[in-house]
Design a protein around this ligand. Structure first.
Ligand code: SF4
Length: 317
């Protein structure tokens, strides 16, 4: 098989050898692996793109709150913020990326149809970043589709290198974190970046998300998930800008993936999708837990915060 790769290093070598962008290697890989034609593969991705856009459109209009009222209506507020972008600190493209990311994740919280790309919890970053940049650049639909293939190739390379998308295994660094890496690479190719710049952007984005806990309040994929996708989107845009300006990740992407998995091995289960740590056991989080009728958090997960005195402040008493 000519277009298979086991990590980002091999993906880059393939691109250089074949003189192809990442997206085209990803398309050829799909054709080779499943014995399908190029139009078939592209049409499949078009269906993905269309579903993403439908979720964004619905999410932007919606002001409905989720079942327990944790999320809902923020995408609508952010979208209105685009008109006020003169008074905002970030660019229009960043605000729109946040609005689109939140729209997607709010739809997920409302049981709407979204694309788990790479997962449902981290589903907003890639469409948020790519659709926003597509509109900002007035890019072609072909480039938009190619960016999705590039993002998917980064996801494949992460998995092939022993990484994961599972928050139960590696926390949110593997969901929203991986989503930002995929988005950073995709948007970099959309902007005309080389395969090296795309992979470098992915490394810069993922490095910034290492160690991110999965700590959803009440076990619902809502808080912090929805807004975390928005800020993940801006992380991806920053990484892409840095890469396009020639800033390089000192640690290569494959090693960043290894670091993510090393960190996951030291992560307590309380911050790996169990809702027994982090934001999930704050007073606010516990209040929602009670409202939902969930059993109380076992004592061993509580009162940990000041258990060890680090000596850096006087809060431990
Ligand atoms: S906090 Fe957990 S559930 Fe929420 S997006 Fe991150 S990994 Fe997914």
């Amino acid at each position: 098989m000519k277009y298979q790769f086991a990590n980002c290093k091999e993906l880059l070598e393939l691109c250089e050898k074949e003189k192809l962008p990442i997206s085209q290697v990803a398309i050829k890989r799909e054709m080779e692996l499943f014995g399908k034609s190029k139009p078939y593969v592209r049409n499949k991705m078009k269906a993905v793109r269309n579903t993403m856009w439908e979720a964004i459109q619905k999410g932007l209009k919606s002001t409905t709150r989720s079942q327990y009222g944790l999320v809902g209506g923020s995408a609508n507020k952010l979208y209105k913020g685009i008109k006020k972008s003169g008074t905002m600190l970030q660019s229009k493209v960043a605000i729109r990326a946040m609005a689109y990311a939140v729209a997607t994740n709010e739809q997920n919280a409302l049981m709407g149809r979204i694309v788990a790309f790479p997962t449902a919890g981290g589903a907003g970053v890639v469409p948020g970043v790519l659709f926003s940049t597509f509109q900002h650049m007035k890019s072609s639909k072909r480039r938009m589709l190619n960016a999705l293939f590039t993002a998917s190739a980064i996801g494949i390379a992460i998995l092939k290198h022993g990484g994961t998308f599972s928050a139960a295994k590696a926390g949110c660094q593997a969901e929203v974190g991986v989503g930002t890496a995929m988005a950073a690479a995709g948007v970099t190719e959309m902007r005309g970046g080389t395969p090296e710049q795309c992979i470098n952007a992915a490394a810069l984005a993922l490095k910034n998300m290492l160690g991110l806990a999965c700590d959803p309040i009440g076990g619902l994929v809502e808080v912090p998930c929805v807004k975390r996708n928005a800020i993940g989107a801006t992380n991806a845009l920053s990484a892409s800008d840095m890469s396009m300006l020639g800033v390089e990740s000192y640690v290569p992407m494959d090693e960043v993936v290894e670091a993510m998995m090393n960190i996951s091995a030291s992560m307590n289960e309380s911050i790996r999708e169990t809702a027994l740590g982090g934001l999930a056991i704050t007073p606010t989080g516990m209040g929602i837990r009670k409202k939902m009728g969930l059993p109380p958090v076992p004592k061993e997960y509580l009162n940990r915060k000041f258990a060890k005195k680090c000596g850096s402040c006087k809060r431990c008493g």
